[in-house]
Design a protein around this ligand. Structure first.
Ligand code: NAD
Ligand code: DAU
Length: 356
């Protein structure tokens, strides 16, 4: 079996669902169930003996040690993190606690477990750390995309905390010989994406008749990957990645934010037209920029393709259509995640309303 952390969040839940759709190897899912963790994402696995959800913190050494000893996983995949850049600006403490201290404690628990394993099982064990392209900092227009050799230049509390976690993972390999793999992925989108992030926020706000808040001039560039392609890359790296290596994962889909927002509006105009016949793009509202906003990310994923034969299956056009359709088909999921915490975050962050 495998131990997945953070498997009730956006990418983790997609990973667990895809994993169990393709094989019978059981998953123990350790998730703290913060505001971003949602049991409902895993509702289709209810009653499925191959999946166990344990509510707990990756920083709880006793709990993680016990889980490892009892369940004897052949791999640990660490998705658990505080993941939202804007929240890290408002309150960095949780990011340091989970992403840095939590990863450190998880590494220590895993190190103790691996040392207890017989040689043959030790050789097969893997710790896969799921990280982000944001650790590399911001690219100038026209500069080559991030390769794995790019220096770390994190700019936000979130990316600094993820960079720190990557360094810890690297050091636990180099110093203690822990069999680690790291993936650094670009922006994901798809089902179960919490509507504080750009694409799901634009969909739910558009449908609710609310403004679509675009930061600054909307010309910041991100490299978008359909979440299920990220999951297939992680499976491939787990299966065949070289120990101690990092692999960049990306969709070859660089786009400025305003183009993403206009694409979402165009799809909604087609699939769920406004009753007044106008375009959802009329709801676009330029707002104050994010402090320290990184201008451009772009991932060079050629190492993953060259060494492990991975390519994304979706284009942006196919992935974004599936995503918009998923949100249209799952209004109850949207309604339920928009809980008290969600509402207070929206109020605090987009304080005073957005202005066109
Ligand atoms: P998310 O915020 O949707 O989910 C994070 C999950 O981790 C939640 O279920 C949460 O309850 C859980 N969690 C948080 N703190 C925990 C703790 N201390 N112990 C146990 N569980 C805890 O995040 P996501 O978008 O699914 O991202 C997953 C991972 O992928 C993160 O490590 C993130 O840095 C990385 N990543 C995300 C993207 C992206 O575009 N979303 C891109 C590249 C990398
Ligand atoms: O690059 C990978 C990273 O992508 C992950 O590591 C993070 O966990 C993930 O949240 C994401 O970070 P971003 O900051 O790029 O994602 P977000 O969806 O918050 O914002 C995407 C872009 O859209 C960014 O340039 C900011 C902008 N934006 C975002 C929001 C929420 C807006 O213009 N308006 C908004 O309301």
């Amino acid at each position: 079996m495998i131990l997945v952390t953070g498997g009730a969040g956006f990418i983790g839940a997609n990973f667990v669902l895809d994993w169990l759709a393709q094989r019978d190897e059981p998953v123990v899912n350790l998730d703290k169930l913060t505001y971003a963790g949602n049991r409902e994402n895993l509702a289709s696995l209810e009653g499925d003996a191959r999946h166990v959800l344990v509510q707990g913190d990756i920083g709880d050494l006793d709990l993680v040690g016990r889980l490892l000893a009892e369940r004897q996983p052949r791999a640990v995949l660490n998705f658990a993190a505080e993941s939202h850049v804007d929240r890290s600006i408002h309150g960095p403490a949780d990011f340091i606690e989970t992403n840095v201290v939590g990863t450190f404690r998880l590494l220590e628990a895993v190190r103790g477990y691996v040392m207890s394993l017989p040689e043959d099982r030790k050789a097969g064990f893997r710790f896969l750390h799921v990280s982000t392209d944001e650790v590399y900092g911001s690219l100038e227009p026209g500069a080559p995309a991030f390769t794995e050799a790019h220096g770390y230049e994190p700019n936000s509390p979130y990316s600094a905390s993820k960079a720190a976690s990557d360094h810890l993972v690297r050091a636990w390999h180099h110093t203690y010989g822990l069999p680690v793999l790291t993936t650094n992925c670009s922006n994901n989108y798809g089902p179960f994406h919490f509507p504080e992030k750009l694409i799901p926020l634009m969909i739910v706000n558009a449908l609710a008749g609310k403004p679509l808040p675009v930061y600054g001039d909307g010309m910041q560039v991100r490299d978008w990957l359909y979440v299920k392609d990220h999951c297939s890359a992680i499976r491939r790296v787990l299966e065949a990645g070289r120990l101690g290596e990092t692999y960049n994962v990306g969709g070859w889909n660089e786009k400025p934010n305003i183009e993403i927002v206009r694409t979402v509006c165009g799809l909604l105009d087609e699939l769920r037209p406004r009753t007044d016949g106008k375009s959802y793009s009329e709801q676009i509202a330029y707002v104050k920029d994010r402090p320290g906003h990184d201008r451009r990310y772009a991932i060079d994923a050629r190492k993953l393709e060259r060494e492990l034969g991975w390519r994304p299956a979706e284009t942006f056009e196919t992935g974004i259509r599936k995503t918009v359709q998923w949100y249209l088909e799952n209004p109850e999921w949207v309604r339920r995640v928009q809980s008290g915490d969600y509402r207070s975050w929206m109020q605090r962050h987009y304080e005073g309303g957005v202005t066109a």
